[in-house]
Design a protein. Structure first.
Length: 554
């Protein structure tokens, strides 16, 4: 087993160096990853130095008893346990979001070599622990040990020992979650729903601090109220390793050994679960799959009987089956919910969700041809004009944006009660108009950028995997699109500034609403026309680019 693990670790790094020698962008991405790792280590060292200088206790308000900082169940203990549990959970969720399919050490690639399941799983775990993220995490946790120097040398030594235990636990839990999601969720529709739920939960978890701050959670912080929850969480695999230094400082060796036992039991369960998933997937490979018979011609039956109508029908069919883009259509509702939780009774906070929703609604269309992939080649063979393609695609997104934002605006008006107030109702209409205008401007921008600023996307079967190569383009081009779509709304902003400058607030709503809608429609028409011209000029180059993107998905 050890020899197999050593071989797989060597194979992992051999494949990594081969990829770096082959691709300049892979090298750039790897260097950037290492720089981010160094920044994380340096930031951890700075925070550890600052925490180590804190006094044993502190008095927050005059007349109140001092708060325990470093003692058992003190502020540092509570914060470390909660943040550690959140970090462990976040590592697993991020693995689910990325599916781990971008890894060169996919278990399916070793199916033909006859490696026993346990040896293969142990080797894959070892190769994962030898990667840059795991090494960076190990160094960060070891550096963090010096934050406990005020608690004595026992705490520092225990934290240094707990660092590798923490990394192994995080890696084991994330691999188990990944294996279970891959094995138990087999249908494309189920995977699509699962990925959407996971990403929404991830974004919600990231928004929890903002929600607490907006609702006065920081000012009302009471460490005593969190002690029972912390004590329970410290016995779970998510936070047991982070409690070990505090057990060592308090002189509780039996309790410390109990935490270690929890971690070891977690490793055993995760290893057994991953091995079972590996065996189950191997034995069920090639099993019969359900055949689905399509009825009718779907969207082709109710779209206009024209070339652009056929493009619209094809796009609608793709959107219904593509989990990569489905998440973006859940974002407007998510924005409204998050702003509603942060509003504290201010309805304007909720109404702005319409603007952000319109801004984000067409971000997938800004790279729409890459999502089409080689399916776009059929259009080229059929001789579809660029303007017909752009009109067909714009028709679908205009319909989605108009209906979606209108329904969402009505729901916000009912939720906030602004439907009964004429002035607030008018403000809501203004936000709806600006949101719709931004959606149209973004769509016009998308019809241009999707022809020139293309970057690889995951395959439809692995919607949240990481396509290899062109990392700079994947990060920069979406931001260029978002910034450009905001600039297209500049005429409306200029009119608003002029109205405020001349003091004409009384009828500004009646001016801004039609101006915003006209601004959006003009930019949409202009972007569709320019996009059609660009598509005609670059059609063969785009087909070649899409072929190269398809090779990156395997």
């Amino acid at each position: 087993m050890i020899a197999t693990a050593r071989t797989l670790v060597r194979l992992r790094w051999a494949l990594t160096w081969a990829a770096l020698r082959k691709s300049v962008w892979q090298t750039v991405g790897y260097i950037m990853a290492m720089m981010l790792g160094l920044v994380a280590i340096a930031s951890t060292a700075v925070v550890a130095l600052a925490v180590g200088l804190l006094p044993p206790s502190a008095q927050l308000r005059p007349g109140e008893p001092p708060i325990n900082i470093f003692g058992p169940s003190g502020v540092v203990n509570i914060a470390v346990v909660f943040l550690g549990a959140s970090l462990t959970l976040m590592v697993g969720v991020v693995q689910l979001m990325l599916l781990g399919e971008g890894s060169t050490m996919n278990p399916q690639k070793f199916a033909l070599y006859g490696i026993p399941d346990r040896e293969l799983q142990f080797g894959l775990l070892a190769s994962g622990l030898s990667g840059v993220p795991a090494i960076t995490g190990l160094i960060c946790f070891m550096v963090w040990a010096f934050a406990y120097r005020a608690m004595g040398p026992a705490a520092v030594v225990a934290a240094l020992i707990a660092a590798p235990l923490t990394v192994i636990t995080m890696m084991s839990l994330s691999k188990l979650l990944l294996a279970l999601s891959t094995t138990l969720i087999t249908s494309k529709r189920g995977k699509g729903v699962f990925y959407i739920v996971v990403i929404l939960l991830f974004i919600t978890a990231c928004q929890i601090p903002n929600i607490l701050v907006s609702n006065g959670g920081v000012s009302d912080f009471d460490p005593e109220s969190l002690k029972p929850v912390m004590q329970v969480m410290a016995w779970t695999p998510l936070a047991a390793a982070f409690q070990i230094p505090f057990d060592a400082a308090s002189g509780s060796p039996l309790v410390l050994l109990g935490r270690v036992a929890v971690l070891v039991a977690t490793w055993v369960v995760c290893f057994a679960g991953c091995t079972w998933c590996l065996r189950h997937e191997r034995l069920t490979t090639g099993a019969a799959t359900r055949t689905v018979t399509a009825k009718g011609i779907g969207a082709f039956g109710w779209m206009p009987d024209s070339v652009s109508g056929a493009v619209s029908a094809r796009l609608v069919t793709y959107l219904r089956r593509d989990p990569r883009q489905a998440m973006l259509f859940a974002m407007p509702v998510f924005f409204a919910v998050i702003f509603g939780l942060q509003s504290r009774g201010e309805s304007m906070m909720v109404w702005q969700a319409l603007i952000w929703s319109g801004w984000m609604l067409s971000i997938a269309e800004s790279n729409g041809l890459s999502y089409d992939g080689r399916g776009f080649t059929m259009q080229v063979i059929a001789g579809v004009r660029g303007i017909d393609d752009r009109r067909g695609r714009a028709r679908v997104y205009v319909l989605i944006a108009t209906v979606y934002l209108t329904v969402l605006a009505i729901a916000i008006a009912v939720f906030t009660g602004d439907w009964s107030d004429p002035e607030h109702r008018l403000i809501g209409v203004l936000f709806w108009a600006i949101g719709l205008a931004e959606a149209f401007c973004g769509l016009g921008m998308a019809e241009v950028t999707s022809c020139v600023l293309m970057y690889p996307v995951p395959s439809m079967d692995k919607p949240f995997s990481s396509p290899q190569g062109r990392a700079v383009a994947q990060g920069f081009f979406p931001f260029a699109y978002l910034f450009g779509s905001l600039l297209l709304l500049l005429p409306t902003g200029i009119v608003a500034i002029v109205l405020v400058a001349i003091g004409e607030i009384s009828f500004s709503y009646w001016v801004l609403i039609p101006v915003a809608l006209a601004n959006g429609v003009v930019m949409l028409v202009l972007g569709t026309w320019i996009g059609g011209k660009l598509l005609d000029a670059r059609m063969l180059s785009i087909v070649s680019t899409l072929d190269s993107f398809a090779s990156l998905q395997h």
